[in-house]
Design a protein around this ligand. Structure first.
Ligand code: FES
Ligand SMILES: [Fe+2]
Length: 335
């Protein structure tokens, strides 16, 4: 197979068999909101507390369902007033008051919709891998932060690759957290999981946020453990454990493949080292700044695709985590 045949684009139809992040829970209420997933538009709404998704197209004359409304668990099309229940079955056709209603009068629904740790995931077909896990989301000592969702002309594959990459820190993030004096090689221990992996790396760093270090009660130079987790196809987390000062930060990164040229990006934080909500606001603002730095590179790609053929790029031993990512994603797509 030629290298150019193995490019992973946002609209790869094989993504249909994975749980795809689409929206934050807080974005979905009883109104009909439209989200694009793999170049199809879906209407998301909340009925009796549960998120439901439907293709944004009425089966009658294919009008946009999102022009209608949802009330008391019933969705009404704005064109001829057909009414559908939460399962998507038509329960009333105003122009045909005596019926019958064809069994085919149904809204198109994805295979599954799940809501986990404040994120809504959709599997368009039977999923081959489970949705991701963030166990800290259920722990009461963790505060939660949410980065404003955004849509960009970026590749979900390249964005995931960038999230797992540490070699760009001193360059792309030199004005935020990149430490250009750290010349150690990041030796990650990589463990394969079903449809994912875990990569762990412990290193020394300068902890400028530790008040005890600032007052001289603890050394400024401290140990930190980074744990990257990848959940195929498009969910990732980074857990940072501060081994000397204590505390854990988790960054979740969830990518929605909207269309060939567009992605929707969601990111959440969970931290147990913050005493006040206002500190979480600062942490969210800082994270948004970091993402903005990454976007300078990400937006600039001419071709929005991640090469899955190893010969298409030049890899070094320092790229072990991101080469593993390519391999696991490829296996998922071919499963
Ligand atoms: S197009 Fe929806 S009811 Fe006719
Ligand atoms: Fe980055």
């Amino acid at each position: 197979m030629k290298a150019e045949d193995e490019l992973f684009f946002n609209d790869d139809p094989r993504l249909s068999k994975g749980f795809l992040p689409v929206a934050y829970s807080q974005e979905i209420d009883e109104s009909l909101k439209v989200f694009e997933v793999l170049s199809n538009e879906f209407v998301l709404t909340r009925i009796n507390g549960t998120v439901h998704a439907y293709l944004d197209r009425c089966p009658h004359r294919r009008a946009r369902l999102s022009l209608g409304h949802c009330e008391d668990g019933v969705i009404t099309c704005a064109y001829h007033g057909w009414r559908f229940n939460a399962k998507g079955s038509c329960i009333e056709i105003p122009a045909l008051p005596q019926g019958p209603i064809s069994e085919k009068a149904k809204l198109t629904v994805p295979y599954r919709v799940v809501e986990k740790f404040g994120v809504v995931f959709i599997a368009l077909e039977r999923p081959v891998a489970p949705p991701p896990e963030v166990k800290e989301a259920d722990l009461s000592d963790f505060l939660e932060g949410t980065i404003a969702p955004f849509e960009e002309r970026v590749s979900v594959g390249l964005m995931a690759d960038n999230f797992l990459d540490v070699a760009h820190f001193p360059f792309v993030h030199r004005s935020t957290f990149g430490d250009s004096t750290d010349d150690s090689k990041a030796e990650f221990q990589v463990t394969r999981k079903d449809h994912g992996f875990e990569a762990i790396y412990e290193h020394w760093f300068i902890n400028r946020e530790d008040p005890l270090a600032a007052s001289g009660l603890r050394p400024l130079r401290q140990r930190r453990r980074l744990t990257y987790r990848y959940f195929a196809p498009l969910s990732l987390t980074l857990t940072i454990d501060f081994l000397d000062s204590g505390g854990r930060n988790v960054i979740g990164f969830f990518l929605c493949p909207s269309s060939r040229d567009k992605a929707r990006v969601l990111s959440k934080l969970w931290r147990n080292d913050l005493t006040e909500e206002s500190f979480m606001k600062e942490a969210v603002a800082f994270e948004e700044k970091i993402i903005e730095e990454d976007l300078l590179v990400q937006r600039s790609y001419r071709e929005l695709a991640l090469p899955l053929n190893p010969s298409a790029e030049l890899h070094t031993t320092a790229d072990r985590v991101t080469t593993t990512f390519r391999r696991v994603l490829k296996e998922f797509l071919e499963a």
